[in-house]
Design a protein around this ligand. Structure first.
Ligand code: SF4
Length: 270
């Protein structure tokens, strides 16, 4: 019988972690339907097309069916969960990195599933779009002179750390990073607060003037802006990238909103 229950969960395919709801098929394993979760505080029902293809990624017939063999070749042993535990222990103990997978060419080439067994780099649908890049109009404007990366991966924004903010040892607010030149030009200071604005919306951010940033380019970390229920309420730290990005400005082929190149403006507050 068809399962009509929708289960809330989250898409983990990128840093936005949009809320989704899934309905399982009769086998209790495949996803029969996937939709955005309107009750999710950050994504509010939005998903890009990647989340809607989760069943393909998880259950597609061309997926890698023997991922354990390369792990065993790397020297890890055990059956079922024990193999995963051995890999985890190896990663924790290997302070300078470990080899976790050893592939062989004989296993690799059958994964290319084109009829002639070759990888085709000439993709006709993309040729015109690639040519048009040379003529691309100016990206920034007087109104939005900066380029915002709304979703930079940082040391303390791994997904598991975001779930419990007390695990984040630095950058508690998920500060906006800006070069010293842009900070001076915009009138913002290290440790201060500022307003970042895009065509989609505005958000208050704390500022970190950083030598890592190039002039004209500011960044916010991925995965922030989540409510974290506690006994004292549901404080929210940082900015959800989806609040500054728009599905009007999106990748033409995948439909994913641009997160790493959002025209933006930075202004001091107070
Ligand atoms: S933007 Fe798309 S891929 Fe990223 S979390 Fe949301 S639904 Fe998933």
């Amino acid at each position: 019988m068809m399962n009509t229950d929708w289960q809330p969960t989250a898409c983990i395919l990128c840093e936005c972690n949009c809320g989704i709801e899934v309905r399982l098929g009769e086998d209790g394993h495949t996803f029969d339907r996937i939709r955005g979760d309107k009750a999710h505080p950050a994504s509010q029902g939005y998903t890009c097309e990647r989340a809607l293809r989760l069943n393909h990624y998880q259950n597609g017939t061309n997926r890698l069916l023997s991922p354990l063999r390369p792990v065993r070749r790397a020297g890890f042993t055990g059956e079922g969960l024990a193999l995963g535990e051995a890999l985890f222990d190896g990663i924790v103990a290997g302070h300078h990195g470990i080899t976790f997978s050893v592939d062989e060419w004989a296993d690799v080439s059958p994964r290319v599933q084109t009829e002639d067994g070759l990888i085709h780099v000439h993709i006709a649908e993309m040729v015109d779009k690639l040519r048009a890049l040379a003529e691309e109009p100016e990206f920034t404007s007087a109104e939005f002179p900066l380029v915002l990366s709304a979703g930079e991966r940082r040391s303390f924004t791994a997904n598991t750390i975001i779930r419990d903010s007390s695990w984040r040892k630095r950058d508690a607010d998920g500060a906006l990073r800006v070069s010293s030149e842009d900070a001076a030009a915009c009138g913002v200071v290290d440790g201060g607060v500022a307003l970042i604005s895009t065509r989609r919306g505005s958000a208050q951010v704390s500022v970190e003037v950083s030598p890592m940033m190039q002039r004209g380019h500011v960044s916010l970390p991925n995965g922030m802006g989540l409510d974290e229920p506690t006994a004292a309420g549901s404080p929210r730290a940082g900015v959800a990238p989806n609040e500054l990005t728009s599905s009007d400005d999106r990748d033409w082929i995948a439909g994913t909103p641009w997160h790493k190149s959002v025209p933006a403006r930075l202004e001091p507050i107070g």
